[in-house]
Write a protein that binds this ligand. Structure first.
Ligand code: SF4
Length: 476
């Protein structure tokens, strides 16, 4: 265990992809020898220790640089439940050091060209560029501490390279008018319904088409999951294409787990070409929860916050991550997931603000079975003005069986089914389906009355046939 990073290192340190010059090799050797025992450093070559309260975030199995992810369970990592979540530890120490604000900055993905190399050389080069004398003068003239000047002139330019330029500011969408039918509907001020269809396990599309046709008249948009629970199925892109061809407005989910920065950008451009404009950016479940043999569990290339940042800039600034210009910019309405009840409220708020600042225009939450439990979260969103910047859709679900209810309650992070609901379901006997639908309708009606809630996202979990009935009853 490293001295300053209270976590075992997940995997060995990275090695450079090519031979470094002698000076670089020497510096990398020393850096590794010092930062290994102190921070469990993996030599990612893109050090963020300054921003992460000196806990190496590369101890996170997903390598998430804007964490935590939505899987954290009671402060522990769901990929390896024997370890605390690296990002929870980062938040707790940042709080003690009064550095929480640093966590709001949208941090860049790893520049893999630099992995395995040194980072101290950057500091030396930046100090030289700025001029040590100028740094001292700047501090005296502006009345800034040396630490603040070093942050402005040296550390920030290192961690926010030209090709990224991340910050902690909100960037309103720089586009005219709604980019999709879902966005248009949300702007109308009506209470919006979206739903979700699980992509088929086979290449047959008849059931999928049937479900889309059934749901289309009732909802503003239909989500298609992207290998949820790390299980291969028909791709979200294929399902979204079919939905668009049938006249529905699809929400294409893209999971960072299965996409690197290149495929993410290609997918976004491709989606536009086939009439898909809503994209929901997710980090994705770890392969650890999926079937065997498992795929790479070590690291993901971009996290959901970075995905939003990249796609927003493609739309608003017309640039790819590598700086190439996009002549016909993609029309995108960007969304993200939220888990209101999963972790420390303050940490969740940082996460929500960060996603909205990066580009999220709508949030779809995980499943909520007790609408009143959301009040503190909604109040926190209001306190920072988020309802003016993002549409909030709360996840609800009709439970098909008591077994499913128990499974969700016991195994899905952030999902709690109150005892009174469990009791109603358990006592329902032959009237289970009607009682389950009644509970869902009641919850939707209570959510409609809450300020800052713009609609619900119905996740039928394979029970799509009851969605029209639920919506009709909720609106009656
Ligand atoms: S994978 Fe998720 S839960 Fe595990 S350490 Fe990383 S952010 Fe935390």
């Amino acid at each position: 265990m490293a001295l300053f990073t209270p976590l075992r290192r997940w995997q060995p340190a990275f090695r450079p992809f090519g031979r470094l010059p002698v000076g670089g090799r020497l510096l990398a050797f020393v850096e590794r020898a010092v930062k290994g025992p102190l921070f469990g450093c993996r030599m990612c070559g893109n050090c963020l220790l300054q921003e992460t309260a000196f806990i190496c975030h590369m101890a996170c199995p997903k390598g998430i640089r804007n964490g935590p992810c939505g899987g954290v369970t009671n402060g522990y990592c769901y990929v390896d439940p024997t370890r605390k979540c690296a990002w929870h530890l980062i938040y707790e120490r940042s709080e003690r050091m009064h550095r929480e604000k640093k966590l709001l900055e949208v941090l860049p993905p790893v520049d893999w060209d630099r992995a395995g190399g040194e980072t101290w050389g950057d500091v030396i080069r930046k100090v030289r560029e700025a001029g040590p004398g100028n740094i001292i003068l700047h501090s005296r003239r502006k009345g800034m501490t040396m630490g603040a000047v070093m942050e402005e002139k040296v550390f920030r330019p290192i961690r926010q390279p030209e090709w990224w330029q991340g910050d902690a500011e909100y960037h309103p969408p720089a586009v005219d008018g709604p980019q999709s039918e879902l966005e248009k509907e949300l702007h109308s001020g009506r209470f919006v319904f979206t739903t979700e269809v699980m992509p088929p396990l086979s290449a047959a599309t008849d059931r999928l088409t049937e479900k889309i046709n059934l749901l289309k008249p009732y909802v503003a948009a239909i989500n298609f999951t992207d290998g949820s629970s790390a299980v291969p199925k028909m791709s979200s892109a294929a399902c979204s294409t079919i939905a668009a061809s049938l006249g529905a407005d699809p929400v294409m989910q893209i999971s960072a787990r299965d996409n690197n920065r290149n495929s993410l950008q290609s997918q976004a451009i491709g989606a536009n070409a086939i009439g898909v404009h809503n994209i929901l950016c997710l980090s994705g479940d770890s392969p650890r929860v999926g079937p065997k043999p498992r795929s790479n569990m070590n690291i993901i290339d971009v996290d959901s916050v970075q995905m939003l940042w990249i796609l927003r800039r493609m739309r608003d600034e017309g640039i790819y991550l590598d700086g190439r210009e996009i002549r016909n910019r993609p029309r995108l309405f960007l969304g993200a997931a939220a888990a209101p009840l999963i972790q420390k409220p303050e940490l969740q708020l940082i996460r929500d603000i960060k996603k909205v600042n990066a580009g999220a225009q709508f949030l779809q939450t995980n499943l909520v079975f007790d609408p009143d439990s959301l009040d503190p979260w909604l109040e926190r969103l209001r306190s920072v003005g988020l309802p003016d910047r993002v549409f909030v859709l709360i996840g609800v679900s009709p439970l098909k069986s008591l077994r499913l209810a128990r499974y969700l309650n016991d195994h899905i992070p952030g999902v709690t089914i109150p005892d009174r609901i469990m009791k109603r379901l358990a006592d329902a006997g032959n009237g289970f389906a009607e009682e389950s639908i009644r509970i869902t309708v009641e919850n939707i009606r209570r959510l409609r009355d809450k300020g800052g809630v713009h609609g619900v996202h119905i996740m039928p979990l394979g029970w799509e046939s009851v969605v029209p009935q639920i919506i009709e009853q909720a609106l009656s």
